[in-house]
Design a protein around this ligand. Structure first.
Ligand SMILES: Nc1nc2c(c(=O)[nH]1)N[C@H]1C(S)=C(S)[C@@H](COP(=O)(O)OP(=O)(O)OC[C@H]3O[C@@H](n4cnc5c(=O)[nH]c(N)nc54)[C@H](O)[C@@H]3O)O[C@H]1N2
Ligand SMILES: Nc1nc2c(c(=O)[nH]1)N[C@H]1C(S)=C(S)[C@@H](COP(=O)(O)OP(=O)(O)OC[C@H]3O[C@@H](n4cnc5c(=O)[nH]c(N)nc54)[C@H](O)[C@@H]3O)O[C@H]1N2
Ligand code: SF4
Ligand SMILES: [Mo]
Length: 759
């Protein structure tokens, strides 16, 4: 049966949804009202009261209004006053069903004789605490770990980080943002000395050239896609360039779509830089004032940069890249010569063994052309999760980081953070903690004996799934979840019921440095507790209650706000009272009368620019941003006779990640359907594979079978699958190669073979 044609009970099928969304793109002036119509398509009960909140899902961080009646959520709509201007996507529209999905976990459970059985909170937590204590006594603090999430609230990630790094004294604190934003964060930090984007979503409204690479905004950040389309309707000359090996819904709307061979984008970026240099398109006065070139070790000059680029002439790279030389030249011209260029990129760039180099070079293209710091001109890494930026990158809840841009490897930083946390000098270990993939490898070889996994589903989301599922089997795993049957719950020794979204409260920080408050509007089901309450309980039981002295969201926010004053992430002016009233604020925001910062490093906007010049990259010692010379290195996953196809993976509009939430909402489940193996139609013809056939996908990492979908969207030689469906579990075959700097896995490039095994 064609899943595209399936209708949900409310009559809403995937085609309808896409039609509505697609209509937005073409209908002049209809934009917002068409999106509003989308909400009308979803029947909902009326509400008595409306409450300002934030969507639970993605990094767009849409402001929503939650309608309630008799203590239940009855409706959710886009908030016209928020940055998303009332626009939300179908996942946001269906939020009203989220708290009530089937299979909510309502009681703590302990594994006894292989089965998870109900327990009291006290039984469960004392079992957890005792096992952690035993592991630490036997193997030291590094034998335990925290694996968190860009979907936890800021106060939760901040508290977990403090408990593990300053209480237990291990830096083994990592999480799913490593799988997602690791390369973007490292890329920004190398270039500007500080993480997080210089610009804002607002830049889309002023851009004349929108360069989108490795991002499918139409499906993954729909309100941003709508913003791009609004800009194009308002300004006919604005060009949308999309670089993606698939002709995605985003690419379908582009003025120019370039489809590279997966894994080769650095050839494109370097070739664009080569053209820009050769054709005299550099902004030399900007470069003289604000830019330094580096080969990664030493400062070099512009001549060295030009010489480095010589081997990336478009004609030299075209065949390996799979894009014609004249198209590379055209795009380089459009990028450099537009009045204002905004680049938008996401996982097609970050989830790569050269993810950091790609991020360096995307920022570099903006720096050599001066497309930064003006309305519409900015390099912008679009973020994935709702609180990966605020909750994890900013609080430093990753193995190598400390809060507010400090790092474990720097002794001065450790001393400063110890002082701010009121612990003895030397408390924080000088050994950086394990990154996500290394952490699960350490579970496999017995170095990590007990771990707390919170708000993430690694048994489905990690690459090379068989390898890491076997590792989880060996570790004492405590899993805090909202559903009882996630893939990771199968590996739990203790399963803890968590409150979600508006069942708890705290701050989230979305992709443009904007912090927003989610207030508690209802109680969690059964005995479920907030992740914060679980962490505070664990701190008490491990004897660190005095360290975790702030224990309500409000008190923790105040502590963290005060902490930020010591840094270039200063958001002291974002009091809880302001966040209750306002639709989010962007840092830096040092005082209560400061409106927040739209464009960072720009005098008059960013309060940290103080040297009198128009722009100042104050994160670097010499106040100059760095353009790196970054050589292209092919992915270790090259195709061979045995594995002649590139598998690339990603997302679908209606499903959130491992679909534990959206998969249980009937309208969304029916609209997206099950995951399929998308095969280019010419490849399918050659292999005699038809739609619905059962195919075997084999890589160097695993084998699986799935149902074929024959499509024109992937370029020839490319196979695509989403990872939302545990029945397909595509990560069984996905490679676990990582970027050597960011340690982010290369989910986007795996060499595979395809074989028809049934009809
Ligand atoms: N509907 C929905 N929206 C989401 C999410 C979700 O689960 N569902 N998750 C959120 C999260 S956490 C994230 S990280 C973002 C992800 O947002 P995106 O990164 O936009 O989504 P993906 O589908 O993972 O990948 C984007 C594109 O990269 C392309 N790609 C693959 N290989 C390459 C390559 O070698 N080069 C280039 N240039 N492109 C390549 C893929 O074909 C794909 O279309 O979405 C967020 N929004
Ligand atoms: N093949 C492939 N794999 C990928 C990617 C890819 O592009 N391709 N992308 C990677 C990326 S970018 C990301 S971000 C990851 C995401 O991967 P995961 O984080 O593993 O996926 P989620 O489904 O978001 O998992 C969140 C879990 O937390 C639970 N939950 C929801 N709310 C709460 C709460 O408030 N508290 C608690 N305790 N639990 C809660 C949900 O039920 C769910 O099981 O996947 C990565 N994996
Ligand atoms: S775009 Fe993201 S934040 Fe906005 S409604 Fe959709 S899922 Fe929620
Ligand atoms: Mo992500």
């Amino acid at each position: 049966m064609d899943t595209n044609d399936q209708k949900s009970e409310s009559g809403l099928g995937r085609r309808d949804l896409l039609k509505v969304l697609g209509g937005v793109a073409v209908a002049n002036g209809l934009g917002a009202s068409t999106w509003a119509a989308l909400e009308l398509l979803v029947p909902s009960a009326t509400a008595d009261t409306w409450h300002k909140s934030v969507c639970r899902y993605c990094g767009t961080g849409c402001g929503v209004l939650v309608g309630m009646r008799d203590g239940r959520v009855t409706d959710v709509r886009g908030d016209d006053l928020a940055h998303n201007k009332g626009v939300i996507c179908v996942k946001g529209s269906m939020l009203r069903a989220l708290p009530y999905v089937k299979g909510r976990l309502t009681t703590p459970k302990i594994r006894r004789d292989g089965r998870l059985v109900d327990a009291t909170w006290d039984e469960a937590m004392s079992h957890v605490a005792q096992t952690f204590k035993d592991a630490i006594a036997a193997g030291g603090p590094d034998s335990v770990a925290f694996y968190g999430s860009g979907q936890l609230l800021t106060e939760e990630s901040y508290t977990a980080n403090k408990l593990f790094k300053a209480g237990i004294r291990t830096n083994n604190v990592d999480g799913n943002p490593r799988l997602c934003m690791g390369s973007a964060a490292a890329g920004y930090t190398q270039v500007y000395g500080k993480d997080e984007p210089p610009g804002s979503y607002e830049d889309i409204d002023y851009a004349d050239c929108i360069f989108t690479i490795g991002a499918n905004l139409f499906e993954c950040h729909p309100p941003l896609f709508e913003r791009v389309q609004q800009r194009r309707r308002a300004s006919k000359g604005t060009r949308l360039i999309v670089v993606d090996p698939r002709r995605t819904r985003t690419a379908e709307h582009a003025d120019i779509h370039l489809a590279p061979v997966p894994g080769t984008d650095l050839l494109l970026l370097n070739a664009m830089a080569q053209v820009i240099c050769e054709e005299g398109l550099l902004d030399t006065s900007f470069i003289d004032k604000h830019v330094r070139f580096s080969d990664g070790q030493n400062t070099v000059d512009l001549a060295a940069f030009k010489a480095f680029l010589e081997k990336y002439k478009p004609e030299a790279v075209a065949s390996e890249l799979g894009i014609a030389a004249h198209q590379i030249r055209e795009v380089a011209f459009l990028f450099a010569r537009s009045r204002a260029t905004t680049s938008l990129w996401t996982m097609g760039i970050n989830q790569r063994t050269q993810g950091v180099f790609l991020n360096n070079m995307l920022n570099g293209l903006h720096l050599i052309t001066g497309h930064i710091g003006r309305p519409g001109a900015t390099p912008f890494s679009v973020t994935g999760q709702p609180n990966a930026c605020g909750g994890v990158r900013d609080t430093g809840a990753l193995g190598h980081l400390l809060p507010a841009g400090h790092v474990v490897a720097n002794e001065g930083h450790r001393r400063k953070v110890e002082q701010l946390w009121g612990v003895e000098p030397g408390t924080i270990s000088d050994k950086p903690g394990l990154d996500a993939v290394s952490l699960f490898r350490a579970m496999g070889d017995g170095r990590v004996k007990a771990a707390l996994v919170m708000c993430t589903n690694p048994a489905q989301s990690l690459p090379a799934a068989d390898r890491y599922r076997a590792a989880m089997e060996k570790c004492f795993l405590v899993v805090a979840e909202i559903v009882e049957d996630s893939e990771t719950a199968q590996f739990a020794d203790v399963l803890l019921p968590a409150a979600l979204w508006i069942e708890k409260e705290g701050v989230t920080g979305q992709g443009e440095r904007r912090y927003q408050l989610i207030e508690k509007l209802m109680d969690p089901p059964g005995q479920a507790r907030s992740d914060l309450d679980i962490l505070v309980d664990l701190a008490d039981r491990l004897g660190h209650g005095a360290l975790i002295n702030a224990r309500t969201p409000e008190d923790i926010w105040d502590e963290w706000r005060q902490f930020s004053v010591s840094s270039m992430y200063n958001f002291k002016g974002m009091t809880r009272a302001r966040l209750e009233k306002e639709r989010g604020l962007q840092w830096p925001c040092p005082s209560e009368d400061h409106p927040g910062t739209i464009r960072r490093y720009v005098a008059g906007d960013d309060p940290l620019v103080t040297n009198g010049s128009a722009m100042e990259f104050y994160g670097q010692p010499d106040k100059k941003a760095i353009v790196f010379l970054r050589p292209y290195v092919p992915s270790p996953e090259h195709t061979t006779e045995e594995f002649p196809f590139y598998l690339t993976t990603g997302r679908v509009l209606e499903q959130w990640h491992t679909s534990t939430m959206t998969g249980r909402i009937e309208e969304l489940a029916k609209a997206s359907g099950d995951a399929v193996i998308e095969i280019n139609e010419q490849d399918a013809w050659k292999l005699q594979i038809a739609k619905g056939d059962s195919v075997e996908v084999r890589s160097r990492h695993g084998t699986l079978q799935g149902s074929a979908q024959v499509a024109s969207s992937p370029r020839r030689g490319v196979v695509f699958a989403t990872f939302h469906d545990a029945k397909l579990l595509i990560n069984r075959v996905v490679a676990d190669n990582v970027d050597p700097i960011s340690r982010e896995p290369e989910y986007k490039v795996t060499a595979v073979s395809l074989r028809k095994v049934g009809t």
